[in-house]
Design a protein. Structure first.
Length: 290
């Protein structure tokens, strides 16, 4: 028994004639009759009986018709699913996402993906940049959206959006709030709240300007830095998109070209990518996020 026999059986059952079924199947009558004879021998039962008006199904044939339809439908669905998987239009995307990129990504490339390819399932793993890179190396996610700087050894990457650092403070800081844009010198004698992953970058810049910074608070999460600024503990230095999401007070852009951070889409360099992952990378590359 094979799919060709099942399909032929169903067409004959619909046409009630071998001749018309053969025309519909673009075959000759003798080989079609032989197929049905083989099928009946395999099932050890008669599927058709002749009448004055052609042929009709026997009771066994009627029972078999139900299962034949199911089998053909399953086969067609499997073929379609395999085609979609091979073309990257279905499957499961396992992607890592830093919290500060959530709103940007959800309203951009990922929404386009689910709109255009409703058979794609998205599994999101949230974490900081270092945790997501570890997950990539462990193979638990296919892609990750992380923030520079990070160790890119073994990774391929594409830049999604570059943004400047900003200064956030409570409204009680007249020096900062008097400026629309700030320079490094504006921060020289201010209590700063440091998001640690940028410590090396900030210290290098301050050193070049001959400034000895005062870090009133050091923390490992930009949201914590913003909360500390809201409470009046100092000036939080964080990327623009994080300030947009979480700041409760106005913030100022810092005019220092080196003080920038880039959202990156990263994946393992030596891994063979599946069609869906390739499609997503292409989608991000064509998305305008700046």
């Amino acid at each position: 028994m094979n799919l060709k026999q099942l399909h032929s059986f169903l067409v004959i059952a619909e046409e009630h004639q071998i001749t018309s079924a053969a025309k519909r199947l673009y075959t000759a009558q003798p080989p079609l009759s032989y197929q049905m004879k083989q099928l009946e021998e395999e099932l050890d039962t008669k599927l058709f009986q002749r009448t004055a008006h052609g042929i009709k199904l026997t009771p066994a044939g009627t029972t078999f018709q139900k299962y034949a339809r199911q089998l053909v439908s399953i086969a067609n669905n499997a073929k379609q699913q395999i085609h979609q998987t091979n073309n990257g239009t279905s499957g499961t995307l396992k992607i890592g996402l830093i919290s500060s990129a959530g709103q940007i990504i959800m309203t951009g490339p990922l929404s386009k993906l689910t709109d255009n390819y409703p058979l794609v399932n998205v599994e999101i793993t949230e974490g900081n940049t270092y945790e997501l890179i570890q997950a990539l190396h462990a193979g638990t996610i296919n892609l990750a959206i992380v923030r520079s700087p990070f160790n890119a050894v073994g990774l391929q990457q594409t830049s999604l959006m570059e943004e400047q650092m900003v200064a956030i403070s409570s409204t009680t800081n007249p020096t900062i709030n008097a400026h629309q844009h700030l320079t490094i010198n504006d921060l020289a004698h201010q209590p700063l709240i440091l998001y640690r992953r940028f410590e090396a970058l900030f210290n290098d810049t301050f050193r070049r300007h001959g400034i000895d910074p005062f870090y009133a608070v050091k923390c490992d999460d930009a949201r914590t830095a913003i909360l500390a600024a809201d409470s009046g503990m100092g000036i939080a230095l964080v990327p623009h998109s994080i300030a947009t999401l979480y700041a409760n007070h106005p913030f100022q852009i810092i005019n220092e070209p080196s003080w920038s951070s880039t959202l990156q889409l990263v994946w393992m360099k030596e891994t063979t990518l599946d069609p869906l992952t390739k499609r997503v990378i292409k989608l991000f590359n064509h998305s305008q996020m700046n």
